[in-house]
Unconditional design. Sequence first.
Length: 436
Amino acid sequence: MSYRNWGRTLAFQPEQLLFPKKEEEIVRVIRQAIEEKKTVRVVGAAHSWTPLIETNHILLSLDRMQGLISLSPTQMTATLWAGTRLYRALPALWKAGFSLLNQGDIDRQSIAGAFSTGTHGTGREFGILATQAIHYRFISGEGKIYDVYPELQPELFRALQVSLGLFGVITQVTLQVTPRYYLRLIKRIEPLEVALEQSEAYLEQYRHFEFFWFPYSEVALVKLTEVSETPGQTSWWRRWAVDKVWENGAFWVINKLSQWAPQLSPTLCRFASRNMTAEIRVDKAYRIFASPRWVRFREMEYSVPAAAGPEVLREIRRWIDQHSPAVSFPIEYRYVKGDEIPLSPAYGGDRVLIAVHMYYRMPYERYFRGIESIFQAHEGRPHWGKMHTASSAYLQKVYPELESFLTLRQKYDPQGVFLTPFLQRMLWGEKILLST
Ligand SMILES: Cc1cc2nc3c(=O)[nH]c(=O)nc-3n(C[C@H](O)[C@H](O)[C@H](O)COP(=O)(O)OP(=O)(O)OC[C@H]3O[C@@H](n4cnc5c(N)ncnc54)[C@H](O)[C@@H]3O)c2cc1C
């Protein structure tokens, strides 16, 4: 049986695919893996492009460990099973009167999967999603259960916030929630240079700011979001027309044309940019944050120091104009508040995150490599779940606490149960520590 990820960059055959329902089952699996010298990886929604979940041995899915465990309206905290998909958690929280402070672009991920790779949204006041966590429960590589709180075990807690599944299997996460709220989304088309020049002002003025820019075009689709005191009216047919027919259906046709006739890509990009939909919409916060993404693609994203963001995007634009890659997907530009999480893309200060995409049936290597060299010239940090070719030496340079993260990790997984050849290569270079 072959296991595939969403982006179709992985297809592998684990010896066993297990769906535990209880923590004790996970403890048993890990203890047996130690005895048999097997590797264990956990999968959430398989929405990462990098081979983080790949193993020939045991793949654990927490799909049967989903749902709300408890809610404290006074402390405004919610404890969830770690396998819970965001799209299930968010309506349940809404019903109970709560929302998350911030979200990413989609809601298909599992909570633990999203947090473990540093998944983020956008906004000057908002850190990566894992900054909303206030407690983790996990089962280590020795098969022991730990409850971890920032006040009691600060170092371990910070490491767990973005841990790539390297410390163990996270089974429960407690989140800080906020009273539920509505958001007003303003989508408008602006010249790219205006969006870049205004980015500081937009970040000041709006709760969330981001934009999408189609290569070869002059304009960007700017998304500005603010809290709305009133619920607003959501017309289902307009949602259907915009989200499904245009942003997915017509966009799929554009990508197919680009695949069949790559020389048409610049024309198709300009066509798409001229036909992006401006709109103003008010809805429940979780519905405004997430968009349906039906057209499969590959993605690479790096964070760069916030002040360098506009210049990096201009460099990318010059590279595209010079090398004319066949690409029909836009580039996304977001902002994240700095934090102190060792493996966070925003460790040590605010960052701009720039993502390039390619339709999954088109060659991407030349395009991604070209743009990656620009990111790396600015000491960019790759998103752990998205495609990159960063070496372990490079990662050590841009994640200054990577080494201490790995040293601490060793304490909770002394036998290397969670280590695979990919992770060893990425984090330690060619030095293979254990054979799997
Ligand atoms: C269409 C699309 C849109 C996206 N949008 C965004 C976005 O807006 N912002 C952004 O930052 N990223 C985005 N991503 C990337 C995505 O959020 C990350 O790759 C995320 O990790 C996927 O979550 P998942 O549940 O699929 O985790 P998986 O990909 O299944 O796993 C990711 C990592 O988490 C580990 N893990 C999973 N569950 C557990 C657990 N219970 N215990 C310990 N470790 C665990 C896995 O071992 C692996 O290392 C997007 C991806 C796609 C495909």
